[in-house]
Design a protein around this ligand. Sequence first.
Ligand code: GDP
Length: 427
Amino acid sequence: MIRAIVGANWGDEGKGKLTDVLAEQADLVVRFQGGANAGHTIINQYGKFALHLLPSGIFHQNALNLIGPGVALDPEAFLNELDSVLSRGITHPRLGISDRAQVLMDFHVLLDTLEEERLGGRKFGSTKSGIAPFYSDKFAKTGIQVCHLLDKDLLYERLSASLEKKNILLEHLYHHEKLDAEQLTEKYYALGQRLKPWIADTTWLLHEAVQSGKNILLEGQLGALRDPDHGIYPFVTSSSPLAGNAAIGAGVPPWAIKEVIAVTKAYSSSVGAGVFPSQMFGEEAEELRKRGGDAGEYGAKTGRPRDVGWFDAVATRHGCLVQGATQVAMTNLDVMSYLDEIKVCVAYELDGKHITHFPATPTLQKVKPVYEVFPGWKTDIKGKTVYEELPKNCRNYVEAMEKLIETPITLVSTGPHRDDICVRSAK
Ligand code: GDP
């Protein structure tokens, strides 16, 4: 059985925690897109971890964790993350890296940083991890695949070709010194040798796992609204975080993905630039930001304060729709317990009319949120594990959101720890 765990919103919905929980039953956990540009926070018996590249199944001895061909693999980031996890008592996580995955190089980070500086006020909120230049190279067919790292001559040839245009840009657009293909070849060949023990044909491996009915978890990064096609373009990421792309980025048949679990918070949060209709401001926002997540709403990768706001049912329904969600996991419900009243964005006002679909960005920038107000529950629910024991107003809130987003909410997370979760049977 294959399940995908993906984000229904702007990212940071709590996918890492959910993957860690569900990985218990998984034989394989696969990352299918993105790179080290975002973080999944996981809190379990080993401590607190911010994983960027490693799949969230590494804490389970039985799970084989794969980096699929769709991932942007930064070898140094990968090795550092692995070292830090090993140094904290995780004994030999089982790992595999697709030989077809592409390598995020130092110059992608450099180009990303130089471009954000050049754009100044017009920037898109990049984490400067090199993701946009990386995917540009991949689709321009000038990328470096993991398998290229193992052949020095081929690596040099590909790097020299890739640097032809980049060096012109570096010198004349960014006024930066040029890069040397030979030096880069030495560095990345050596890194390839270090990665060698994990490099595998994961496509074939997954094919066999599907054939033999293994439990496979596909782990998404960021959320539906950051999808380049269905999100808030251009304030998006450069690879599709949708479950549809999980089939491609991991390498499994689309028909084999039986469950798509879209994760959403009980409120909204967004880090980086973009459009966010139900955003809160001032003290109201600061209060929620301080209380959110496990240690306030600050980016796991960047430490940047996240924008926070009321639950946006229009955006979340869109997120569920483009994800093809079969069910939803709602996280951070415990965070809302302090509120007397809870607003929910149920529609957008556009030119005096109410709309309930999620429009393209230029229109989205003009809408105003239409709120419905729900009573709070004013009772601490942190760590609760039985849904029926949650206060009535709290259950009413979950059930009202479920209707609004037109997708069953089957999991309700009541705290950042692995065990803080209520399972609801699907209706
Ligand atoms: P991801 O990228 O989707 O995995 O999300 P992040 O890890 O970036 O952000 C989610 C934040 O919410 C982290 O700080 C988690 O520890 C925290 N978290 C996840 N579920 C819950 C929950 O139910 N309650 C609380 N209070 N925090 C949660």
